[in-house]
Design a protein around this ligand. Structure first.
Ligand SMILES: C[S@@+](CC[C@H](N)C(=O)[O-])C[C@H]1O[C@@H](n2cnc3c(N)ncnc32)[C@H](O)[C@@H]1O
Length: 409
């Protein structure tokens, strides 16, 4: 008897797949089935909370009892995810009678189908069978996943620039690079970066990410573009559009999240106006990550039920300011101020003048999540002076509120 499997990619969209069992194995198997579009019927007296949540969300059907042969009516595939060998064998027997392939979690030798170890990389799926040894399959899979994540053939792996969108012309991805630690970029952001032809990077993006680009990638340092701030933005928009229209896959890499004081919206609109397709990949924003890196949760049970992120780049009395500092002073929760060092004295004075207590705990986190991170703890009344004394510099995030002390022992 041959033990070599015959590899197939099952197209399960809209097709009935029965999963028998509602425990840990089913919890792991069901998401990939749903992702493949399968019409999943779960047969189990009880479910894990994760499966229950999917049932509640209407993502799959649940029959709350033990297996009965009619459960396989109309099924294309069955997963047996129970560890009772007698019950599992009876499901297998019904499946075999009906010529339905059956995956067995309890006994792979009794199964008529095996699930491989899988890694997905954008449009590419790699499935590995380990010759009967699941750990071997996972080891090989992990090695391939690392290889795919690091760098692949120039210009992407399945037709440039990114076959996941089905486009073959140029396009732009606005990618959040995270707050500073190069490991805080998302998996998707990292993948797109490895596929880029052109990378247009801001000053605040982690340098180590750029260090790992392929040598043939054109790197445009957006912080070096001359002219004033608005002119520079026009220039950046033009670079994105021109390169994409010339057929390149352009990654616009921005610190934190592209839509948090990142001007990502303007770039998206400029690309849209030129007919250039854009993908937006959110990033880990410094407004949450910087406090976290200093041991400060922006919310905490019983302490703060809200957090507000505000830009301090304009002084409170500036006619151009869109911020109601008087209203913010009346909030009890956490206030996170970005770009606020220059105007910190005026901001804190305004908050106090409108009623926020000068004793409110305050912290300033400079260059958060990097090797040069600095943290200053103070109070609303003192923080502006303390920042000057400590000579803290941008980029820094200011956090105000009781959460600053929430985790202190
Ligand atoms: C133009 S805003 C961009 C914010 C970014 N899009 C985000 O989501 O984090 C720049 C400001 O973000 C804050 N910032 C960004 N990275 C930071 C870091 N690693 N540590 C502290 N503050 C940071 C600083 O307030 C800085 O002046």
């Amino acid at each position: 008897m041959s033990t070599s499997p015959y590899p197939l990619g099952l197209r399960l969209d809209g097709r009935r797949v029965v999963v028998v069992g509602g425990g840990a194995v089913a919890t792991r198997r069901v998401p990939a089935l749903l992702d493949a579009g399968a019409d999943v019927l779960l047969v189990a007296p009880e479910l894990t909370p994760a499966l229950r949540a999917r049932v509640d969300a209407g993502r799959l059907h649940w029959v709350p009892r033990r297996f009965a042969p009619e459960d396989l009516d109309g099924a294309w595939l069955v997963h047996v995810a129970i560890d009772d060998p007698i019950a599992a064998a009876s499901v297998s027997a019904v499946a075999a009678e009906r010529r339905i392939f059956c995956v067995r979690a309890d006994d792979r030798t009794a199964a008529t189908a095996w699930t491989p170890a899988v890694t997905r990389h954008g449009p590419v799926t790699v499935a590995v069978f380990g010759g009967g040894d699941p750990r071997r399959a996972m080891t090989v899979r992990d090695a391939i996943r690392d290889l795919l994540a690091v760098r692949l053939v120039p210009g992407g792996i399945a037709g440039r620039p990114d076959a996941s969108t089905g486009t073959t012309g140029g396009r732009v991805a606005l990618v959040g690079a995270g707050p500073g630690d190069p490991e805080l970029i998302t998996v998707k952001g990292w993948r797109l970066l490895t596929e880029a032809d052109v990378v247009v990077a801001d000053r605040l993006v982690p340098g180590l990410l750029l260090d790992e680009l392929r040598p043939d990638v054109e790197l445009v340092d957006a912080s070096k573009i001359p002219y004033g701030p608005s002119r520079a933005q026009e220039e950046i928009n033009q670079i994105l559009v021109d390169r994409a229209l010339a057929g390149a896959f352009v990654v616009r890499l921005k610190g934190g999240d592209p839509y948090v004081f990142g001007r990502g919206g303007e770039e998206l609109l400029a690309c849209a106006a030129a007919g250039v397709p854009v993908t937006v990949v959110p990033g880990v924003t410094s407004s949450i990550a910087a406090p976290a890196a200093a041991g400060i949760p922006v919310t905490h049970r019983g302490v703060a039920h809200e957090f507000t992120v505000v830009s301090g780049h304009l002084a409170p009395d500036s006619p151009a300011s869109l911020v109601r500092w008087d209203a913010l002073a009346g909030l009890r929760g956490t206030l996170v101020i970005l770009m606020g060092l220059k105007n910190l004295a005026a901001i804190t004075a305004t908050l106090i003048a409108h009623g926020r207590s000068p004793q409110t705990p305050a912290a300033v986190v400079q260059e958060a999540t990097t090797g040069t991170q600095r943290v200053l703890r103070s109070t609303l009344g003192e923080v502006a002076a303390d920042v000057l004394t400590a000579d803290l510099r941008p980029p820094a995030v200011v956090v105000l509120g009781d959460v600053v002390d929430a985790l202190d022992g």
